[in-house]
Design a protein. Structure first.
Length: 202
């Protein structure tokens, strides 16, 4: 089951803005496009875009990353890490990484296979009220999800990226994010089920 929703936005020009969700690994690839009124063809418009919720208050660790942080820090809100590359090797099932506002240059994140489960996904989210922008590194993918994950409130922009988000795992949610300037596809779903994509701006 793949749920895909998007919110209609006035003034969207389909010549400039295009969403392709490539579902690979099947005998026939299925592509969805943005219609003139900003809706995904064959789908209803999504609910209104929500502000990211506050980081969860649980016993599961929550780590923070900020453009002015330091990877030698503890990853706390007062001493955040600097890069997503550092975070990728520190995250475990059920944990949360919160990105402070700013531009993350030459940086990307891989949620590694086996690092989470459907009951304990890794959450990658924007700090409430702030706008982190991920630009990736080189011509590769900005965010690769190879294990269950929740992505919320981030912005992705990379002109020469192959794809902005690649999904290689079931039980992934991408919501309330902004996508622009992709050299390839905004979101690529590689033959996986139980994927939710909702409330995003393309």
């Amino acid at each position: 089951m793949i749920k895909t929703d998007t919110t209609a936005y006035a003034g969207v020009r389909t010549a400039a803005v295009c969403l392709l969700l490539a579902i690979a690994g099947a005998a026939n690839s299925h592509l969805l496009g943005v219609t003139a009124n900003g809706e995904i063809a064959g789908q209803q418009s999504a609910p209104p875009r929500r502000t990211p919720s506050a980081p969860p208050q649980t016993n599961v660790p929550t780590y923070y990353v900020a453009p002015n942080g330091d990877d030698h820090n503890s990853g706390s809100i007062a001493a955040p890490w600097a890069t997503l590359q550092h975070a990728r090797y520190s995250l475990q099932a059920g944990e949360t990484i919160v990105l402070r506002g700013g531009i993350y240059v030459n940086d990307g994140l891989d949620v590694l296979r086996g690092s989470s489960t459907k009951d304990q996904p890794i959450t990658i989210m924007a700090y409430p009220g702030e706008a982190p922008v991920l630009t990736g590194g080189g011509a590769g993918t900005v965010l690769t999800l190879s294990a269950p994950a929740i992505v919320e409130g981030l912005a992705f922009s990379r002109v020469n990226a192959s794809d902005l988000v690649d999904i290689w795992s079931p039980y992934v949610t991408v919501q309330n994010c902004t996508f622009r300037e992709a050299g390839g596809q905004f979101i690529r779903v590689n033959g996986m089920q139980n994927i939710v994509i909702q409330g995003n701006i393309f």
